[in-house]
Each structure stands twice: as C-alpha cells, then as structure tokens.
Design a protein around this ligand. Structure first.
Ligand SMILES: [Zn+2]
Length: 421
C-alpha cells in the first residue's frame, strides 16, 4: 500500500517504479518512473527531461508535483542509486558556510550542483553532521559514570562501565550500538569518528551494528596493531597508558590515520602524544601555549568534546585558542556520558566558549570530515549528499533571523524534516 502522508517536498525522481520507504514508522511515499517506452514524446505536466544526465535521451522522468505538505517522519533515505532530487531553501553552501537562497541538486547520492535562485521554501539545508569523537560501544552502559571522575568512570575492570559491558552478550551490545546510531541519524548526524575498544572483535561488533544504517562510523580500532586489518584507523587511549610506537608505525604503513586522546585529565600526555605525530588529537583540555605551537607546527587537527569534559569535571578545552592554531572538530565523546546529539553539543559550545556560530557549525561538519578524509560535511558539487533539512518555520525556528545561528544555538531534533543521504 502506498500512503502519501504529506507531500514529497521537492519531488522524487527515479527510474524505477517502486515504493519508497521514508522511514521506520510505516510512512511510505511513491517513487514514480515512466520509462520512455509508451511515453516517448508525451511529456505531461510535471514531467521533464533530465538534461543534466547522459541518460536524458532515454528517459522521461516524472516528477511529483505536490510540494507543500511536509513529511511527518523526521528522517529518510532518499538519494539512492538512480535517484535525483532537488532540495530547496536556505542552503548553507560551501566550505565558507555561506547561506544562500537556492537549490541543492542530488543525483545518485552525490551533490551535482548548488544553484543560487529564488525559492519559496523556508527549509534550511545544512550538511549533515560529522561527530568527530564517539565511543558508541558503551551504549549498554548509559549513565554508568554519573557522579564519577574520569578514572572511576572508565578504568577496567571494576568500573560500572566494564561490569555492564562484561554482563552484556554480543547480540545485546550490537543492538544497543545500533540504537545509538539510529538516534544519531534522528539528530542529523551522517558519520562519526568512533574509538572502538576490544580490538578486532570490538570493531566487528560496530561494523555489524552499522550494517544497513544511515550513520557511517569511521572506526578507530584499538588493541594490537593487526586491528587495522578490520578498522579504518588506530585510536590510542593515551600516551601515558602504553607505548604506541608500533601501532603508530602500522597506521603509517597502512596509510590510515592514527588518533590519540591527549590532555584530558592533565597535560602530561600531550607532548608524548605529539611525539607520535598523530593525525588527530582528542580533547586537549589542558593544552598550554607550548602544546598549541606544536599542534600548529604539525598541523594536527583536534577533536574537542566540551560537554563530556564538563560531565567528567576535567576542565574546559581552550576552544578559542585551539581554533586559532589548527582545525578543530566537535565530538560528543562517550555515549554513556551524554546523548550523541550534535544539536546539544553545538548549542553548549556556542554558549560557553568564545566562538562564532559559523565556527561551531564548521566544527560539527567539515572539520570532522576533513580530519579523516570523508567526502561529506560540505554542500558543494562532488561531495556526498549527506544533508540535513530543517523546517525554518517550525514552532521553534520561526522568526529566527540568522539561519546558522538558528541551527547552532536553537535547533533541536523536532525541527528536523529529513536527514538525506
Ligand atoms: Zn574518547
């Protein structure tokens, strides 16, 4: 059965005549296609020839006309293979994050054009978020660190976290990770840079949880260096915990990134971490001038997690100073500490640090993508179409003036119309 619950906002264009799943709540809309046979030369109202595609001579693409009813489901997959659509509204375009009135053209999961033109749409289209530091593997241990400091919260084997992890079977572990990934999707995140414990089996569990899900984890594996057989990079707990020389060399040999926690409870592991020439530093709460200069010299990006630092009471990262020295990305850190909502992390960061809304949005999108070479986080031709569409006329966002400020400081998952890939 096809139920069009509201309209397809921009119209779906597809080659296959198939029903099209909008989300998990049983809401469906219709993907329509009329192959050339039987329809050649009869471009009815609403039809058009796709001149952007080399397939134009062979297809007539039917476009759904109804444009004004909003989809009730907050997220959907849309840009599947052979699918083209246009997203209209205030588009936060390019690496400069410039708001323009216009259209994002998406074909086969890629952005093919960003066009500046007039539109009646009040949607706000931004890159879907890249969460630059997570530990989704601890999804079975939510709130296990309440009232605890860093050491008591995460130290093996007696912390409540490790007790809960030990008590969970693999199926439960994977299922809970999967639910976290779905929450991240609902809150506008397309990818996360995840530190995964438990060696190769931990990495495989995350891969299993992410199979078929929207959010694509970039997995920083841990344990022996051969975790790189299955992980996307190596994630070291910290330079005071072990000698990671071998793992660092293995990552370099494999041409994959090496990331490491540094400067979370204190500054003692920052220089040793920098000695490893990492590709990404995480936290840097206690970075002093000498550390910042090395960070700039080595051009190493930093992922900061301000809310997690606050929960664990380790201090406040010098976000302004870090931004003045290098590329800074934003992460929500361990899921047991905070929900991995980039909306919450952005609002907290914007309101507690000397940063602009535009800087925070950059931290939440392109900075994380660039740190590991993901082809998302920016709305420009050639990038993956990982996009977030917000309702600029929602009860919450109505009457806001600056779309970037609105997204960073005010928006919530209730304002999300769609999360597109
Ligand atoms: Zn971490």
């Amino acid at each position: 059965m096809v139920l069009i619950l509201g309209t397809v906002h921009t119209g779906y264009v597809a080659r296959d005549a198939t029903e099209y799943a909008v989300g998990e709540s049983g809401v469906w809309c219709l993907r329509v296609d009329f192959p050339v046979d039987g329809h050649r030369g009869v471009p009815s109202r609403g039809s058009r020839t796709d001149r952007r595609s080399g397939r134009a001579r062979f297809e007539v693409l039917f476009r759904l006309l109804v444009r004004s009813i909003s989809i009730r489901n907050p997220y959907c997959y849309s840009a599947e293979e052979n699918c083209m659509e246009e997203l209209e509204g205030t588009v936060v375009a390019g690496s400069s994050l410039e708001p323009i009135e216009g259209t994002v053209v998406v074909e086969d999961g890629r952005i093919t054009a960003v066009e500046r033109d007039g539109t009646d749409s009040t949607d706000i289209v931004v890159p879907a978020f890249v969460n630059a530091h997570t530990h989704v593997g601890d999804s079975v241990a939510k709130e296990a660190a309440v009232g605890l400091g860093l050491e008591a919260a995460v130290a093996p084997p007696d912390s409540q976290k490790h007790q809960r992890l030990a008590a969970a079977d693999r199926e439960t572990l994977v299922a809970e990770i999967q639910r976290t990934l779905r929450f991240m999707q609902q809150t506008g995140t397309a990818a996360c840079l995840d530190f995964r414990e438990s060696g190769p089996s931990g990495t495989r569990a995350l891969r299993a949880a992410a199979d078929g899900e929207y959010v694509a984890p970039f997995v920083f594996g841990s344990g022996p260096a051969d975790v790189l057989d299955v992980a996307d990079g190596y994630g070291a707990s910290g330079a005071n915990d072990d000698d990671f020389t071998t793992e660092r060399a293995a990552a370099r040999d494999g041409n994959v990134p090496f990331a490491i926690h540094a400067g979370e409870p204190d500054a003692t592991d920052i220089h040793p971490a920098l000695d490893l020439e990492p590709d990404l530093l995480v936290h840097m709460v206690h970075a002093a001038e000498a550390h910042l200069e090395r960070v700039a010299d080595q051009a190493v990006p930093v992922a900061v997690c301000p809310r997690a630092n606050q929960v664990l009471d380790v201090g406040r990262p010098p976000v302004r100073a870090l931004l003045d020295h290098t590329s800074v990305a934003l992460g929500t850190d361990n899921v047991m500490l905070n929900p991995p909502s980039m909306f919450r992390e952005m609002a907290y960061t914007a309101k507690h640090f000397d940063v602009t809304a535009q800087e925070v949005l950059r931290m939440a999108t392109v900075a994380g993508a660039d740190a590991v070479g993901l082809n998302c986080g920016v709305i420009e031709a050639g990038r993956d179409a990982a996009l977030l569409v917000l309702d600029g006329e929602s009860n919450n966002l109505a009457a806001t003036v600056d779309p970037i400020r609105a997204v960073v400081r005010r928006a919530t998952p209730l304002d999300v119309k769609r999360v597109v890939r």
